[in-house]
Design a protein around this ligand. Structure first.
Ligand SMILES: NC(=[NH2+])NCCC[C@H](N)C(=O)O
Length: 293
């Protein structure tokens, strides 16, 4: 028993050595964010990383919380081609909920452990700049309101906070060149930030175990996959999984050496992935150069 515990700690040693000083961007969402005990576990993991000498950065969204609040305020959403349109009125709520509520909750959970977390909106110090995004429906461009696509990242403020020993917590809101506020996908924002920071890892927390080998026929999780193989699988993936895996692909193709999709319903998934040899989710890595014939 005690030997087992020692082995667990010793298994972590090479990973502690390898990731000391490494910047790790974590997309936080799903059950890990909405359930109290999982939220506390998440905060433990992030603070553990910090004390282990890693530099974690958190990016979060908050779709369910936004929808609940829109309902509570009786703000009706209009839909175009099945997509929710983010009107200026809805955008006010999106920003209020993400920055004023969800971000504060994440910061509070981490700061139980010490003065680490500092909340930021993607608007702050021009961290995330976006352009209006149109949805493509049956080949036609459809306006869905203040939904943005990130076109530029200025991560200076995040770096300054990291250098100062803090844990930046970023809401997935972006600013347009003209000052318009945009809602941006948090998976995409996390990937863009990981690339800009030249992070050692992107970790995306979701509510599934990982990438399934032969979805929907089997639930065997793929432990590791190369970028091109993942790109081939993308069209056949479930709708919910596509943005997560696309984020991993973007990160890896943008120079991040490893991107992981983890089951946020599993307590301490982050520690188990980073500090064990096998991990518990799906890891995406760049293609190994093919040998020349
Ligand atoms: N899903 C996997 N195959 N994970 C392996 C993780 C290996 C190592 N702990 C790392 O974070 O790089």
């Amino acid at each position: 028993m005690t030997l087992e515990k020692a082995q667990t700690l010793i298994e972590a040693l090479p990973w502690l050595a390898r990731f000391h000083g490494a910047t790790i961007v974590i997309k936080y969402g799903g059950h890990a964010m909405t359930e109290d005990h999982l939220r506390a576990n998440f905060a433990d993991d992030v603070v553990f990383l910090r004390y282990a000498g890693l530099r974690p950065v958190i990016v979060h969204g908050g779709g369910p919380q936004i929808n609940a609040h829109l309902d509570r305020l009786g703000i009706e959403s209009s839909f175009t081609a099945g997509l929710r349109v983010t009107t200026p009125e809805a955008m006010q709520v999106v920003r209020m909920v993400l920055v004023g509520q969800v971000n504060r909750d994440v910061v509070a959970a981490i700061n139980r452990h010490g003065p680490f977390a500092v909340g930021l909106s993607g608007e702050d110090a021009h961290l995330l700049t976006a352009e209006r995004k149109h949805a493509l429906v049956d080949g036609a461009q459809v306006d869905i309101g203040q939904v943005g696509e990130i076109v530029r990242v200025d991560a200076d403020t995040v770096v300054a906070l990291l250098d100062n020993g803090r844990i930046p917590v970023v809401s997935s809101i972006a600013r347009g060149e003209d000052g318009t506020v945009y809602n941006v996908n948090a998976d995409t924002a996390a990937a863009a930030l990981a690339v800009a920071l030249k992070a050692s890892k992107l970790i995306v927390l979701t509510d599934v175990e990982g990438l399934y080998a032969d979805w929907p026929h089997s639930t065997d999780v793929i432990s590791a996959i190369e970028a091109s193989d993942l790109a081939e699988l993308l069209p056949g993936l479930s709708a919910g999984m596509v943005p997560k895996m696309e984020a991993c692909l973007t990160a890896v193709r943008g120079g991040v050496p490893q991107a992981h999709v983890l089951d946020g319903r599993k307590p301490h998934a982050i520690l188990l992935e980073i500090f064990t040899d096998e991990g518990i989710g799906t890891m995406v890595r760049p293609d190994t150069p093919k040998e020349r014939a």
